[in-house]
Write a protein that binds this ligand. Structure first.
Ligand code: HSE
Length: 347
């Protein structure tokens, strides 16, 4: 049995989703893959910080959060360590960076990730900010330190959008990637088709937890633009930045616009796109009126989807969740199993 010790930097919805998955699937992971993922440390500014080199119980962590909303009463030999100390001084070999996301500076997550890679620890993250802003630099740092950086959950949560492009379509010649990459805006557009106002639909998306803390990032297309930048960097080897994305959100669309499209058998969708055009890589996020025959036209609600246009296969489309507690937690499990696999230990 191979054990990987995890330090979770942040213990919000995604960290709790991961703890729940590890609790429920521990036996299956051991039986099928001979692997044990053990949480040894949590460092969260609001909920508290704990470290036990012999492992923390996911069941206890979840009960404490459900009962008290924090980890103040959980028992552990070390308490109150900050993120950087947890990364450096704990015995974790994988740092799970799931703190607050900031698409402008990437901090403090960027500093956490650099610190972990420099300490020779693997990093897995669902945090879009640092990956959209600095992925090429972080990938070089990981390689120089002989460790891996897993970022599957930054695009479409646990739906394996990046792995599909990176692994399964490697060599197929990807010339264009188009996607519905933001659940909040797709939910709003779908609700508007059912006569629900933009304001009411946005309030629903916030209540259901899809929207970012500041939903401007969703409705103005910044969240989708961050994901487009990640796709360009990982799959097209092109160091695009947020400023390179021609970005427009959905705030200019009205109910009459939506109806007019429906009457013509079309649908408005916020489409993130990156494609090779005349030797250049061109990226955009914008609302498009799609004909019913388009593979992304019938993806409704908060669901996400991505279409890879390839030389050898034509279009390949993947549809699945793009947010959610367990759904995003699963992205981290996929990255952990990938670390295990690349070490040649997964059969
Ligand atoms: N706010 C994002 C969305 C969450 O609505 O898709 C996932 O990145």
């Amino acid at each position: 049995m191979q054990t990987y010790r995890l330090a979770l930097i942040g213990f919000g919805n995604v960290g709790q989703g991961l703890a729940q998955i590890l609790l429920e699937r521990e036996a299956e992971l051991a039986d099928r893959f001979g692997v044990h993922f053990q949480i040894v440390a949590i460092s969260d500014l609001l909920k508290g910080s704990l470290y036990d080199p012999d492992g923390l119980s996911p069941a206890t962590l979840l009960t404490e959060i459900q009962t008290h909303g924090n980890l103040d009463d959980a028992v552990a030999p070390h308490r109150g360590w900050g993120a950087l100390r947890t990364i450096t001084e704990s015995n974790a070999d994988v740092v799970v960076e799931i703190s607050y996301t900031d698409l402008k500076t990437g901090e403090p997550a960027l500093g956490h990730i650099r610190h972990a890679l420099n300490a020779g620890k693997h990093v897995i993250t669902t945090n879009k900010g640092p990956i959209a802003l600095q992925y090429p630099q972080l990938a070089i740092l990981a390689e120089a330190n002989g460790v891996q950086i897993g970022v599957e959950g930054t695009v479409m949560s646990g739906t394996p959008a990046l792995r599909l492009g990176l692994d399964l379509l490697a060599g197929a010649g990807i010339s264009r990637i188009q996607g519905i990459l933001n659940g909040t805006t797709n939910y709003i557009l779908t609700q508007m088709e059912a006569e629900i106002s933009y304001e009411e639909a946005l309030a629903d998306a916030q209540a259901m937890g899809y929207a970012e803390a500041d939903p401007t990032g969703d409705v103005e297309g910044y969240d989708a633009a961050g994901k487009v930048v990640i796709l360009a960097n990982l799959l097209m080897d092109t160091p695009l930045t947020m400023a390179d994305v021609d970005r427009r959100g959905i705030t200019g669309l009205t109910l009459p616009d939506i109806h007019e499209a429906r009457q013509a058998g079309e649908r408005w969708k916020l489409i993130g796109s990156v494609e090779i055009k005349g030797g250049d890589v061109v990226a955009s996020v914008r609302p498009l009126r799609l004909p019913a025959t388009h593979p992304l036209a019938n993806v409704s609600g908060a669901t996400n989807a991505i279409t890879y246009t390839t030389d050898l296969l034509g279009d390949v489309t993947l549809v699945g969740p793009g947010a959610g507690r367990v759904e995003t937690g699963y992205a981290l499990l996929g990255d952990m199993l990938a670390i295990h696999r690349y070490r040649g230990e997964l059969t």
